[in-house]
Structures are given as structure tokens and as C-alpha cells.
Design a protein around this ligand. Structure first.
Ligand SMILES: Nc1nc2c(ncn2[C@@H]2O[C@H](COP(=O)(O)OP(=O)(O)OP(=O)(O)O)[C@@H](O)[C@H]2O)c(=O)[nH]1
Length: 421
């Protein structure tokens, strides 16, 4: 019996021991597959990605300069417009053109130009030299001859009043002289013509700087009279005389005028201040003077537009240009450019300008293209303003300081009277 109990106990121990070995093995088995495939780990929250743009949008300085040649993703290559846009540009009404031309021209000296260019007056020479001197040399100076002399002077645009004065004085002198040689007659005529040109008038150009500031010259006149060309030629005259110049292209009505002026300026190394087409001429003129002051040049020359559709418009525009420019200081010279070939008609237009601005000198252009050189006398008498320069051709140095004695000599084909040229 005791053995039976002992055997049962041993059997029980064996059964329990076997069970204890099996259970731990079962516990070390790998996890079921579904537990591995579905780890139930939370995905990164979508908000984490959405919050990243401030990091993705790289500041332009990081993106643009280091960009690879291959195109980066569009959203990185194109930074937001507000970051990529350049700073807002201040709209400056005028631009300064610095001439690029390396080789500058050397303008001809101004002294003696009128003498050198005297042949350009050949058309007028026929009227005065050949015509008038021929008449005066007639054996008998009767009433018919004097009438012919008068007609010649009027045809040459001397003007009726001036013609009468000249003829009356010539009649007196020839009567007093009695016998007359050709040389005496030439001298008499020359003296009367020079007198009619008022040789005492001050014809100097006020282009010298004063108190350290540049002199300012306005150039006015109707379209086509030769303003822009004259501005260019004057710039050359000044440069030839050793002065420095800034040109202001205030003729903003015709875009080509500014280009034309820039070409003239570039040839002598002057700067041009110009504005966009149809810009306010007064503002361009103002900027030109300011540029001249900044650069410390001797003279600022301002080309203006000369539309004459109506006098009020012209008054407004030119008056404003002058007023605005004078914020820098007074205008020193206002030159009125007149086309000699327009004769007496040009004088009527000229009068309008003299009412609008205080004209200090006349530039008579295209004297080479007319037989009416007498217009110089008429212009001075009618306007009471000295002719300071004359244009004798389209060439760059075909502008000469006006000298009455040299001019009359050129007209008559004689030696200058009391001229030092
Ligand atoms: N023969 C001759 N032609 C000249 C003279 N001066 C100017 N010209 C010519 O006249 C024409 C008109 O000259 P511009 O200087 O353009 O005239 P503008 O007055 O400035 O004309 P806008 O710019 O339209 O106002 C050009 O062909 C010039 O070459 C001159 O003294 N003699």
C-alpha cells in the first residue's frame, strides 16, 4: 500500500514537471504576424508637415545664388513673389546720359569763324555786293536808281524803315562827296549798313559761371528753326573756348530732339539730361541745372520745345520752364533762334516769344540758304534785341559769333571796317 502511494506521488511530480517545461517554450514563440504588420504606431501628425513652409521657403539669398543648374522643384525655385520682387524703384523723371564716345572731336576755334564762313553768304552777296554796288556805281544817281536801290534792300529783307534810313543817308553822303569812286561808294554803303546793325550792342554770350554756379542759357524758338542744332553748335563753341557744358533736353515734345541733342553732346564730351517722352519740360530743365551744379560745369544749355499752336500754351510752358529753373538762380541768357529764310513772317513769331520770355539774344540760322541777309538788320530793329550768333550751314562748326563789320564785309565782298579779326 505504501508503495502504491509513493508511486502515485512520483507520477504526479512527473506530470507537473513536464507541464512546467512546455509553458515557457510556448511563451518564447514569435508574436503573431498581424501584430508585426500593424504596429499601431501613430503616423506623424499631418499638421507637422503643414507647419513646415517657413522652413521650406528659403529666403531668396539662400535659394537664388546657390541654385543648381538643374531646375529645382517649382515650389522651391520660385520663392514667393513678395520676397523675390526687387525693391520698388523710385521713378526718377529724368536720366543722365554720360557720353560713351571715347574719341572726342575738337571744335574749331570761334574767333574768325564769320570770316572763314563768308563764302556761305554768297546768295546775299549777289544782292548787296553785286546788286547794290553796281547800282551805286551808275554814272547818274537819279530818282529811278535810288528807287532801285530801295527795292533791292527791301527784297533783301532789310525792312522798310531801315531801308528808308539807309537810302536817305546814302543820298546825302553822295551829294556831299560829289565825285565818287567805286571804293568810296563801297565804303559809304558799308558804313551805313554797319550803322544799321548797331555795332555798339552787347553781343557777348552770358555763359560764364558766377559765384561757383553754372550760367544757365535757355534756347527758344519755333519748331524747325534750328534750336536743337544750335544748342549742339553752341555747346561746341563753348567747349572750343575751354568751357564745360551740360545740355538739358527740355524739348520733350519730339523724342528725336533729345536723341539729336545727345549726339551733339557726345561729340564734345558734354552730358545730356533728358526725360521720358512727353515728360514735363520744366522738370527736365530743373534737373539739368541741378546736374550742372553737381558737376560744377560752367554752363547749362537748355533746349526747349517751340510749339506755337497757341500763344497761351506756349506762355504756360516756357513761363513754367523759366520759373522752375529760376529756383536754382536766375537764367543768364535766353536765346531766340530764328530761321532767316522765313523772313518777315519769322519776325511775327519772334515777337510772341519776346512777350513770353525775356529774350536776351537772337541766333539767326540758315543765313547760308537765303539771299535775304538783310533780315539781320530787320530783326534787331523790330525786336530791339542783338543778334549774337549766326548759323551758316549744317556742319557742326557752322555757327559764328555775329560781328556787324565782318558781316557787312562778307555781304559786300570788301575788307572789314575797323574789325580786328
Ligand atoms: N543750312 C542750314 N541748316 C540749318 C542751320 N541750322 C539748322 N539747320 C537745319 O535745320 C533743320 C532743323 O533743325 P533743328 O535743330 O532740328 O530744329 P529745331 O528748331 O530744334 O526743331 P524741333 O526740334 O522740331 O523743335 C535741320 O536739318 C538742321 O540741320 C543753318 O544754319 N544752316
Amino acid at each position: 500500500m505504501d508503495y502504491l502511494v509513493l508511486a502515485l506521488i512520483l507520477l504526479g511530480v512527473l506530470v507537473l514537471g513536464t507541464a512546467g517545461l512546455v509553458v515557457p517554450r510556448l511563451r518564447r514563440r514569435p508574436a503573431p504576424p498581424e501584430q508585426v504588420r500593424a504596429p499601431e504606431q501613430p503616423q506623424p501628425p499631418t499638421t507637422a508637415v503643414e507647419e513646415r513652409p517657413t522652413e521650406v521657403v528659403v529666403p531668396p539669398v539662400d535659394v537664388a545664388p546657390t541654385a543648381e543648374p538643374t531646375a529645382p522643384p517649382a515650389e522651391q525655385a520660385a520663392p514667393p513673389v513678395e520676397q523675390a520682387a526687387p525693391p520698388v524703384e523710385v521713378v526718377v523723371p529724368t536720366e543722365v546720359e554720360v557720353p560713351q564716345r571715347p574719341v572726342l572731336e575738337k571744335p574749331e576755334p570761334t574767333a574768325g569763324r564769320l570770316v572763314r564762313l563768308r563764302a556761305r553768304l554768297s546768295r546775299s552777296q549777289n544782292v548787296f555786293g553785286k546788286g547794290l554796288l553796281g547800282l551805286l556805281s551808275r554814272d547818274r544817281l537819279d530818282e529811278d536808281v535810288w528807287e532801285e536801290i530801295e527795292d533791292s534792300l527791301i527784297t533783301a529783307d532789310v525792312g522798310i524803315d531801315a531801308t528808308r534810313e539807309i537810302v536817305d543817308r546814302l543820298r546825302d553822303r553822295t551829294r556831299v562827296l560829289g565825285t565818287r569812286t567805286a571804293a568810296e561808294l563801297r565804303t559809304l554803303l558799308a558804313t551805313e549798313l554797319v550803322t544799321a546793325l548797331d555795332p555798339e550792342l552787347d553781343r557777348s554770350l552770358r555763359t560764364a559761371p558766377k559765384d561757383g554756379a553754372p550760367a544757365v542759357a535757355l534756347v527758344v524758338g519755333v519748331n524747325g528753326a534750328g534750336k536743337t542744332t544750335t544748342c549742339g553748335k553752341i555747346a561746341r563753341v563753348l567747349v572750343a573756348d575751354g568751357r564745360s557744358v551740360v545740355l538739358g533736353a527740355a524739348d520733350t515734345f519730339r523724342a528725336a530732339a533729345a536723341d539729336q541733342l545727345a549726339t551733339w553732346a557726345g561729340r564734345v564730351g558734354a552730358e545730356v539730361v533728358r526725360g521720358p517722352e512727353a515728360a514735363d519740360p520744366a522738370s527736365v530743365a530743373f534737373d539739368a541745372v541741378r546736374r550742372g551744379i553737381d558737376l560744377g560745369v560752367d554752363t547749362v544749355l537748355i533746349d526747349t520745345a517751340g510749339r506755337l499752336q497757341n500763344k497761351i500754351g506756349l506762355m504756360d510752358e516756357l513761363g513754367k520752364v523759366k520759373r522752375v529753373v529760376e529756383k536754382h538762380g536766375p537764367v543768364d541768357e535766353t536765346l531766340l533762334v530764328l530761321d532767316a529764310t522765313t523772313g518777315q513772317n519769322g519776325l511775327e513769331q519772334a515777337r510772341v516769344f519776346t512777350e513770353v520770355v525775356d529774350v536776351t539774344g537772337v541766333v539767326l540760322t540758315k543765313l547760308d540758304g537765303t539771299a535775304k541777309g538783310g533780315i539781320v538788320i530787320a530783326v534787331q530793329r523790330k525786336l530791339g534785341i542783338p543778334v549774337k550768333l549766326v548759323g551758316l550751314g549744317e556742319g557742326p562748326d557752322d555757327l559764328a559769333p555775329f560781328d556787324p563789320a565782318q558781316f557787312v564785309d562778307a555781304l559786300l565782298g570788301t575788307e572789314p571796317l575797323g574789325s580786328d579779326a
